[in-house]
Design a protein around this ligand. Structure first.
Ligand code: GLV
Ligand code: MN
Ligand code: MN
Length: 413
């Protein structure tokens, strides 16, 4: 099995066939979770899974599993995969690389008539991105025991459609329980979504963990008044104080260091017309850092900022934590399986942490987990221009395959 390699053309063709679903004119994809585009991508994925003679299953979160039976059916399966949903202006590879690499791996084993003792399961997680249904990684969170199924079902998108209604609408509300299953391990191949591998001129990132993420919604309430007659001096205009608050938030980087990430990705002004002074501004804040104490320190600062602002001003600032995903550390045995695979295949690699959140974070709470990164051009992702090379995709998929083979050998010894 040392010489086993995946079929690069088949992998690359599948990735680009999938990218046609929800393709945007600028070369990316728009495939929001549980949309019609997402449904089409799921249908295609299941068709491909069945075409290689694997059993498919959809659970009650709409997660899709493609299973290749092991010679010992009762052993806990090795799980691997990623997601098929995208950002509104997403790229072709974020998520879909990991899913389609998994399919390629299964097909490679099948056509070479390789029977492994352990069953293998490839998974495509529902709604990883969190761009339609917030927070991100909701299904792997349910799987990992972090969110209840009821909570996940109740989450609504901006049009007040619940996640459960959306699952029903596209006919992907399955029946099997989406948590509590026992697996031997989980591996996720993904594009790096940052510039490190490219800068270091390495082909593979052996991912040891993921930095922490906290999402907030902040609101500044003022008073709606007419844009003409009402004097500037006595207005309570939230737009006027917005720059000061935003600049205090960006200041967190100075205080907590250059590993801090601060993103204000969505600002909405109410009622959002030209000739009314807005009554409210709402905006999101995404804060990240690899260290959980620093994450807590930043949380404390935000509370102080809100208190101080409310003492000084006639407007009302409030904040609500939407989600906290603490930093995650992956499993040493899985990390070593990835490292040994990269070594055996003679690919250059470095060990690194992930800046982006991934389903692997929540999986790592319930099963030994590691991730594999490949470079993406200029580190750009969550962007329609996201780009990878064919050879990096092939290398990443070969590493996924051999990580799993190594891991099975470790489990047997
Ligand atoms: C997932 O894409 C994230 O926000 O890191
Ligand atoms: Mn992703
Ligand atoms: Mn993403």
């Amino acid at each position: 099995m040392k010489d086993l390699r995946i079929n690069g053309d088949r992998l690359w063709n599948r990735i680009h066939s999938m990218a046609k679903i929800g393709a945007t004119p600028n070369g990316g994809v728009h495939r929001l979770a549980l949309s019609q585009e997402d449904k089409r991508s799921r249908d295609l994925f299941i068709k491909w899974g069945q075409s290689i003679d694997c059993k498919t299953r959809v659970d009650a979160m709409g997660n899709i599993f493609v299973r290749l039976e092991g010679t010992k059916r009762n052993l806990p399966p090795i799980l691997f995969g990623s997601h098929l949903d995208s950002q509104p202006t997403g790229g072709k590879y974020d998520g879909s690389l990991g899913v389609l690499a998994g399919l390629e791996l299964l097909e490679t084993l099948r056509e070479n008539s390789i029977d492994l003792e352990y069953p293998l399961e490839l998974v495509s997680w529902t709604s990883e991105e969190g761009s339609r249904f917030s927070p991100a990684m909701i299904s792997s969170g349910v799987f990992g025991g972090v969110f209840s199924l009821d909570y996940a079902y109740s989450i609504k998108d901006k049009r007040r459609v619940s996640l459960k209604e959306a699952l029903e609408k596209i006919d992907y509300l399955g029946s099997s329980t989406p948590f509590g299953r026992i697996y031997s391990g989980f591996f996720e191949l993904h594009i790096e979504q940052g510039p490190i591998l490219e800068k270091e001129k390495k082909s593979i990132g052996v991912v040891k963990g993921v930095q922490g993420i906290r999402w907030y919604e902040l609101s500044i309430k003022g008073q709606e008044v007419h844009a003409g007659p009402f004097p500037m001096k006595i207005r309570r205009d939230p737009v006027r104080v917005l720059p000061k608050i935003i600049s205090a938030l960006y200041h967190l980087e100075k205080e907590f260091g250059s590993d801090t990430r601060i993103t204000i990705g969505d600002i909405s002004v109410h009622p959002g017309v030209c000739n009314t002074v807005p009554g409210e501004i709402k905006f999101t804040l995404d804060l990240r850092h690899p260290n959980s104490e620093v994450m807590d320190g930043m949380n404390q600062r935000i509370r102080q900022l809100v208190e101080n602002e409310n003492q000084e001003s006639s407007l009302y600032l409030s904040h609500q934590e939407l989600w906290y995903c603490p930093p995650a550390k992956f499993d040493l045995q899985c990390i070593n399986a990835v490292k040994d695979a990269a070594k055996r295949l003679n690919y250059s690699f470095i060990e690194m942490f992930s800046g982006a959140g991934h389903d692997a974070v929540y999986l790592s709470r319930v099963t030994p987990t590691a991730m594999i990164f490949i470079p993406c051009k200029d580190g750009i992702s969550h962007n329609e221009k996201e780009s990878i090379t064919r050879s990096d995709a092939i290398r990443g998929t070969n590493v996924l395959l051999h990580s799993i083979l190594n891991y099975i050998n470790q489990l047997k010894s």
